[in-house]
Ligand binder design. Structure first.
Ligand SMILES: C[S@@+](CC[C@H](N)C(=O)[O-])C[C@H]1O[C@@H](n2cnc3c(N)ncnc32)[C@H](O)[C@@H]1O
Length: 406
């Protein structure tokens, strides 16, 4: 899209035109394009308008209803923070008493929207001209929010009067590949850390798989999952981290959020090695900790809370004789233990006439796709099998999911 077309779409007339269009449907898109052109709309603008409708349609599950009034780009939507998570970011700034948050690399402005929505001022900085034009339109409903189109590292936080910093750096290269080195992110983690320590409250969104050597000991790092998918880790500093340096997990299921942090025993630096959970004999239930709990190194903590131990050294499956009834784990009733060799598995699946099989594995060292290819899945039955180690031995367990805790 040309910058001129983006500016036209972002103008009050452009947004009124978009608002007047019927909702997106792939079947009628071509017809609508023809209609817009017949009414004298430039081909570029007609195509861009239809793209907006399609992106809004796609964005609904990630961004909720607000998507229908936002201006979006494909990259901006991919990078945008989910609305349920932006609300948690913004709540930290409000609790910190922040009055003006600088959002360094604001993208389409989803995090800024949540901050402004809680009544704080926002200066959102974005260097890409089209993204900045759309962020300006997206934030226009808030008097206390403004967008600066420039390099975020060139802004002087003190001059802006910002008392808080938020940054969600771009973590992919131009070809769309993930950059594992935080200093290759844009802005780089080191530049953001330096600025984070210059304000009373700060947060930086980082990749959930960030290596511990990149985690500073003055951060509180919170891994976040939404409906069982780990979506980010947030590094929080100063007044935005009232819990102090350490690690926690925030597990969002539906519209409820649950926080898990180490209980007592004093603060643990976020880069400290994860605590080993004790191994327990296989019980009647297997518990799969949420990915955010695993990333945060809190499997042992969860085990203590639900009275369970791990099935084998360094394997993040917990086991006990009762369901976990916890938002931090999914429990499975252990139905049967069968041989873990390929032939034994094939026989077990055939004997039980299993036509649909969910295979889970942890610590078994096998390739699930290869295992699946070696099985003849025929028959009316469905099953779930877990390939793992129990007290060091390769094991296959038929299990049945227990309904999630309400
Ligand atoms: C991951 S996105 C932010 C998404 C945003 N948090 C949201 O939820 O909508 C990162 C953005 O930072 C911008 N960016 C990267 N480096 C920048 C820099 N040095 N100055 C300003 N913006 C930058 C990119 O263009 C991109 O739009």
């Amino acid at each position: 899209m040309e910058l001129g077309t983006a500016r036209t779409l972002a103008s009050p007339e452009g947004r009124a035109m978009l608002a007047a269009l019927p909702p997106y449907s792939p079947e009628t898109a071509e017809h609508m394009n023809a209609r817009l052109r017949a009414h004298g709309m430039e081909p570029d603008l007609a195509a861009a308008a239809l793209t907006q409708l399609a992106l809004r349609h796609e964005a609904a599950s990630k961004l909720g209803e607000v998507a229908q009034i936002l201006l979006l780009t494909r990259t901006g939507l991919e990078q945008a923070t989910r609305t349920v998570v932006t609300a948690h970011h913004a709540a930290r700034f409000r609790a910190a008493g922040s009055t003006l948050v600088a959002d360094l690399g604001c993208g389409l402005g989803l995090d800024s929207l949540a901050v402004a929505g809680l009544g704080m001022g926002v200066v959102a900085v974005e260097r890409d001209p089209i993204t900045a034009a759309f962020a300006t339109a997206n934030l226009e409903m808030f008097d206390e929010a403004r967008v600066l189109q420039r390099d975020a590292l060139g802004v002087d936080l003190a001059e802006l009067g910002a008392d808080a910093l938020w940054a969600d750096p771009a973590r992919r290269d131009v070809g769309g590949r993930r950059l594992s080195d935080p200093n290759a992110w844009s802005p780089s983690l080191s530049a953001l850390l330096e600025r984070a320590r210059s304000v009373p409250a700060a947060g930086i969104k980082v990749a959930p798989g960030i290596a511990s050597e990149h985690i500073p000991d003055d951060a509180h790092v919170q891994w976040v999952s939404v409906d069982r998918e780990v979506v980010e880790a947030g590094m929080w500093f100063g007044d935005a981290a009232p819990e102090g340096p350490g690690r926690s997990a925030l597990v969002v299921v539906g519209d409820r959020a649950h926080r898990l942090a180490p209980d007592g025993g004093g603060p643990v630096p976020p880069s400290a090695p994860h605590e080993d959970a004790p191994v327990a004999g296989l019980g009647a239930y297997l518990h799969e900790p949420d990915g955010a709990v695993i990333r945060a190194g809190l499997v042992a903590e969860l085990g203590r809370r639900i009275g369970a131990g791990i099935v084998s050294d360094r394997i993040a499956y917990l086991t006990s004789d009762a369901p976990a009834h916890s938002p931090f784990a999914r429990s499975f009733r252990v139905l049967e233990r069968v041989g873990a060799g390929r032939k034994a598995l094939a026989r077990a699946v055939a004997e039980r006439e299993i036509g649909e099989l969910t295979i889970k594995q942890r610590g078994s060292g096998v390739n699930v796709d290869e295992i699946r290819r070696g099985l003849r899945l025929r028959g009316p039955n469905r099953a779930t099998i877990v390939l793992t180690r129990v007290a060091g031995d390769h094991t296959a367990l038929f299990v049945e999911p227990v309904a999630d805790a309400p």
